[in-house]
Design a protein around this ligand. Structure first.
Ligand SMILES: [Ca+2]
Ligand SMILES: [Ca+2]
Ligand SMILES: [Ca+2]
Length: 472
């Protein structure tokens, strides 16, 4: 069969016929424009600057400490405050007896920030039937749109406690494997998690209690995300899908120091800025009170917890130092950005409309106090908006304006370094995906068309697309 004939059939049918070596990979999946009659794969243009996704903050290091580097343009004078913040992120806090680092608990999840954001990277999902070590469980009651804490357990399930106080309990996971097929017939397997509460100290959850499992996300480039002008994020929202591309994108309006504000941080964009996010992490994850959240985290039924509640644990200065550090963790550069297969993958990323949510690039605005982060061209591959990703990924738990099916588009920068930094390749909010490929295959809802485009690709196209994602 001649090449022209095969291409003609593929174009008519556009049904993802299996690719052969002879026809070349682009002829099989149709549907993504740009190919002039199937003469070899489409190659996207290299865009100057895209090899430095964090602009002038970008660092070259790409080893296991790649996510623990200070912004490359941080001046020597500002290194001291950064290191002070790193110390607060890195130290193990104690219940008592050391003024510089006590205040842990009464209940908590980890003794340090690094326990979950290990090496500045993401957490590890728990193995089946094991307690979580770098993930957490969010709780709420359905009324009030997901912002009403459970009356006995509060907003999070604390798995640890200081002496004399009872931990609240934990949640175990079991996985069920399901096999599906790509359009070319190749099989793939996805693991569906099932979660079960265990050892609950104050009685079983009420039937209406909603819970959401979240693995700690990586810490890189967060200050750059804060520096994006709010108007640029809002401009991408299309809540009623007026342009009819099947992708909406909504903002989460969440509490801040000054009334409701645009949510940017947290897996459902449930925190408006790094300061409030950091203060919430100190309180809920470590049991450390601060000027933003001065009250201990003890629901009224937890009598021993209440009796152990103490004075303010950290002051403004230590909170600010931690925020300073968290704002300035750099994004690594992309040495493979110009490679042909990577640019082929980029073309597929665009034609599958992955960029409808994983918005490639912004120019940051002016972030007060952070000249390093201001006016930088960055490539986070996120719109920071909420999207309905379908029933498969739904946690069923609203979070302020986010529904139980919505998640914030996670930035993709650095995703290919996950294994090196974190020692595993698990992705998505609860770590159920074992690879980039599985993460894509879990997409549904607004991303169903993008997922279907991936499923329709040939094996080589899928490999290029994954290669591109891993190069970010
Ligand atoms: Ca405390
Ligand atoms: Ca709790
Ligand atoms: Ca749209």
């Amino acid at each position: 069969m001649s090449r022209a004939l095969v291409v003609g059939i593929a174009a008519l049918c556009a049904c993802g016929a299996p690719t052969t070596e002879e026809t070349g990979p682009t002829s099989s999946s149709g549907g993504y424009g740009g190919s002039e009659g199937g003469h070899g794969p489409v190659v996207a243009d290299f865009e100057p600057g895209e090899e430095r996704p964090g602009g002038d903050t970008t660092v070259e290091l790409r080893d296991e400490n790649a996510f623990l580097q200070a912004a490359a343009n941080l001046s020597a004078a500002r290194r001291g405050p950064y290191e002070a913040g790193f110390a607060l992120f890195d130290i193990a806090w104690l219940a008592e007896g050391n003024e510089d680092r006590d205040g842990l608990g009464p209940t908590y999840l980890g003794t340090s920030c690094r326990a979950c954001h290990f090496r500045g990277g993401r957490g590890t999902p728990p193995p089946p039937d094991q307690p979580m070590t770098s993930a957490l469980v969010r709780l709420s009651l359905p009324d009030g749109g997901g912002s009403v804490p459970d009356d006995r357990y509060g907003e999070q399930l604390q798995t640890k406690a200081i002496a004399g106080v009872s931990p609240e309990g934990w949640v175990s996971v079991a996985f069920e494997a399901e096999t599906h097929n790509f359009d070319d017939g190749a099989p793939y397997e996805l693991l569906s998690p099932r979660y079960s509460p265990r050892d609950l100290a104050f009685g079983s959850f009420a039937p209406e209690t909603l819970f959401s499992i979240r693995v700690a996300p990586p810490m890189i480039g967060l200050g750059l995300l804060e520096a994006i002008d709010e108007a640029d994020i809002r401009a991408l929202a299309d809540p009623d899908d007026l342009d009819g591309d099947g992708i909406s994108g909504r903002t989460n309006e969440v509490p801040s120091e000054a009334g409701l504000a645009l949510g940017r941080f947290g897996l459902k964009a449930n925190q408006p800025d790094l300061r409030r996010q950091t203060a919430a992490a100190f309180l809920e994850d470590l049991g450390i009170t601060s000027p933003v959240f001065p009250d201990d985290n003890c629901p009224s039924v937890q009598v021993a917890c209440q009796a152990s509640a103490g004075e303010l644990d950290i002051d403004e200065a230590r909170l600010d130092a931690t925020v300073f550090f968290s704002s300035l963790l750099a994004v690594p550069h992309r040495p493979e950005a110009r490679e042909r297969e990577v640019l082929q993958g980029k073309a597929l990323f665009i034609s599958a409309r992955c960029d409808g949510c994983h918005h490639p690039s912004f120019v940051t605005g002016e972030l007060e106090g952070f000249p390093e982060l201001s006016h930088q061209r960055i490539f986070p591959y996120s719109d920071l908006l909420l999207h309905d990703l379908g029933e498969g990924l739904a946690d069923g738990r609203p979070d302020f304006g986010a529904t139980g099916r919505e998640w914030r588009t996670p930035p993709l920068w650095g995703v290919g370094l996950t294994e090196l930094v974190s020692g595993h390749t698990r992705l998505l909010h609860d770590g159920r995906a074992r690879s980039v490929e599985e993460a894509i295959l879990w997409h549904g809802g607004e991303a169903e068309a993008a997922r279907d485009a991936f499923v329709a690709m040939s094996a080589s196209e899928r490999a290029w697309l994954v290669r591109f994602v891993r190069s970010l």
